[in-house]
Design a protein around this ligand. Sequence first.
Ligand code: SF4
Ligand code: SF4
Length: 458
Amino acid sequence: MVFVISFSDSNPERVSKLIQRTFPRGGGDIPHHKEATDGKPIVVMPAPSIVVIPLQQHIGAPCEPVVAVGDKVKMGQMIGQSTKFISAPVHSSVSGQVLAVEERRLANGAKTMCVVIRNDGRDEMVAGEKHGDLRKISAAAIREAVKNAGIVGMGGAGFPTHVKLNPPKPVDTILINGAECEPYLTCDHRLMVEQAEQMVHGLFAIMKATGAAKGVIGIEANKPDAISQVQEAVAEYEQLSVAVLQVRYPQGAEKQLIKAILNREVPSGGLPHDVGCVVSNVHTAIAIYEALSAGKASYERVVTVSGGAVVDPRNLLVRVGTPIEELFKFCGGFLGEPEAVVCGGPMTGPPVQDLLGPVVKNLSGVLALSKEEAAFDENFPCIRCERCVRACPMGLTPNLLGEYSNKGLYRDAERLHLRDCIECSLCSYVCPAKRALVTWIKKGKAGLAAENAKEKVS
Ligand code: SF4
Ligand code: SF4
């Protein structure tokens, strides 16, 4: 492909002159705010005295607890068992004693069953099964190891990875999504700089598990040091390449990434395997490598802690189950009262309702935003400027989708392809009238699903 280029150059000026691929429709420039953390190495945060580990940290069926109050557990020990195919087991992130198996509040305010464990500080680990040489492990064994390690999409989706590694259609290419186009987030950037080789080994495992012959790592051009490190890591493998992507939101959305790198269009309602590829996140690929090489379960992750209301923003390696409040404390606390606290990036992440909510496997960042960063504007009438229409990367009419959804006209919204909305929030961001388009669209999708369910029953 002419647009997948290979080079080794960490000079930002030269990188800016190289061919940069992108998606053809909509999109826009948004402020990045990544400078507070993109040059800072990942710091290991000490484990807290108590962890609260949710039994559902993934799309699909929740896990059944396999421990009880009073049980002693080790780090990496399975504490929640998956009973359905679309699910992923959950493991302890510390060694210690189970204090409770009960409902607790997550950061988004929802309640779910959790295992609460008092950390004994010994970090005693279970011995996981190691698979040293990738050439000697079968595709099925890779999928099994990934499943047993409880790996889910760590970029935010939380889809069980072992399911993704078993696509129902043939795939020829694996894309590693290193775009990280959300403002503030830099955890994937730092992982590519610090653990590029591990990511490449993870990519090879995904290729083997799916039967794909090629692998491409897509990275936005504002990460020249990551591009350089990854290029070095793939240099000796002719089946791998780096695609430099234009800095343009939402470049990291799955469909936009596939279009930019492979020039393939995922059909409405379709998935990447419908166009012969699988997309994986950077952190997920590294977790796969760790599961295979060290038998490590998914019980910790890198989280970007940033925003104008944080004293010392950083990227932290954090145990799953750590209260979010502890991350901010570790970063020096708040500069005054934050205007908003958000899980993930500010464009797509939900607000934090409870600071005691725990870190979960797919939490890429927590942001404490200052008043200047999180100004909530009044909602004015639409002025028919069509900026939202021009910005929409899915070619939709967000002004109408928002209006119909807000008025409960779900079938009208459906006719305008409501379900194709990827909830990137760009329409709301560019709207001069500050209309809450994406909030209404989400409401419309929920309303439509409820109407469909009702019709099915009657
Ligand atoms: S949130 Fe949906 S409607 Fe709005 S710009 Fe993104 S894809 Fe388009
Ligand atoms: S950008 Fe806002 S004001 Fe302009 S057409 Fe869309 S909804 Fe209306």
